[in-house]
Write a protein that binds this ligand. Structure first.
Ligand SMILES: [Zn+2]
Ligand SMILES: [Zn+2]
Length: 308
């Protein structure tokens, strides 16, 4: 094996420019390049510090005998996926995203898993809840009446190194952040612009009304209860915090208003107006939203709530 020589010319590496999906796939459609990204990822994970990974460390991890061949492919990755820094290399953000998604499942060795007992009880019949992980989606269902409480994609890396309680907690944060991001107008998949509507003709069984987020960039579409999208809003957080409930840590599926529309009233369809009545500790927070899911009004009624 010849001694690897780094060609050194960082000038060639422009700042990561916009890359179309076709260009990205073309650049990555080569086994050596994928191996280089994988080698960099492993090297980064094994390093005790945050220093760039030396060229020789990456080279030694890739099964290629010819350093010119190696250099050529490393150079192809440099504009968009990796960055040279001193004598070493780091990921650019797109490169990091690629390895994370391409190799997400291969480290865990986990495929389908469950059922596991999930915290909380069924909003409908008070039965026990069970979580299942099937084809990279996590679902939580009532074991007695079968009602679905949530069914959402979850990358297999989320199960890695976590007990069932811990990954259900991670799943809670994952879903909550995705819907709150979408409600703020940002697509959780591609960061593109999201349009949000309140749909009074939803096809979701048992629901009168749903929130639909549609990404204009990648067509990602998220449909959910109104409540799930309110988890991160100040009036809802404060109302609960004042009554000793921390919505950031309480699994969202334990709030019936996040997984069913039983606390939602469709006030009118032209224009669309809907109201949620969220009970906590004997009091009720009412939140009225319009057709774009903007909050129009909130009010608190004390001492009027029935059982939660
Ligand atoms: Zn049930
Ligand atoms: Zn998108």
């Amino acid at each position: 094996m010849s001694t690897p020589v780094d060609d050194g010319s960082e000038e060639a590496a422009a700042e990561a420019a916009d890359l179309s999906p076709a260009e990205a796939f073309a650049l990555l459609g080569n086994e050596t390049r994928i191996e280089i990204l994988r080698a960099l990822q492993t090297a980064v994970a094994e390093r005790p510090d945050d220093e760039p990974v030396p060229f020789s460390d990456i080279y030694d991890r890739v099964d290629v005998d010819d350093s010119a061949h190696f250099n050529y492919h490393l150079k192809q990755l440099r504009d968009h996926f990796v960055r040279k820094e001193g004598d070493g290399y780091r990921f650019r953000t797109p490169g990091w995203k690629v390895v994370r998604s391409v190799f997400a499942g291969t480290f865990t060795g986990l495929s389908d898993a469950g059922p596991f007992e999930a915290p909380g009880t069924c909003y409908h019949c008070d039965g026990p809840l069970a979580a299942r992980y099937v084809e990279e989606r996590l679902s939580i269902e009532c074991e007695d009446c079968g009602r679905s409480h949530v069914d959402y994609p979850f990358p297999p890396g989320g199960l890695d190194d976590r007990t069932p309680d811990e990954f259900l907690d991670a799943f809670h944060h994952h879903v909550r952040h995705h819907y709150c991001l979408a409600a703020d107008g940002v697509c959780p998949e591609c960061m593109g612009r999201v349009e949000t509507t309140v749909d009074p003709d939803t096809e979701v069984p048992d629901w009168d009304v749903a929130v639909v987020h549609t990404c204009r960039r990648c067509d990602n579409r998220l449909t959910s209860t109104l409540g799930l999208n309110l988890l991160d809003t100040t009036p809802v957080l404060t109302f609960h915090a004042d009554r000793g409930v921390d919505l950031t840590t309480r699994p969202f599926w334990r709030n019936d208003w996040c997984v069913s529309d039983r606390r939602t009233t469709l006030l009118s369809t032209e224009p669309v107006r809907a109201r949620l009545a969220l009970p906590c500790d004997g009091d009720v927070l009412r939140v009225t939203v319009d057709e774009t899911f903007s909050v129009l009004e909130t009010s608190v009624d004390e001492g009027v709530a029935g059982p939660e």
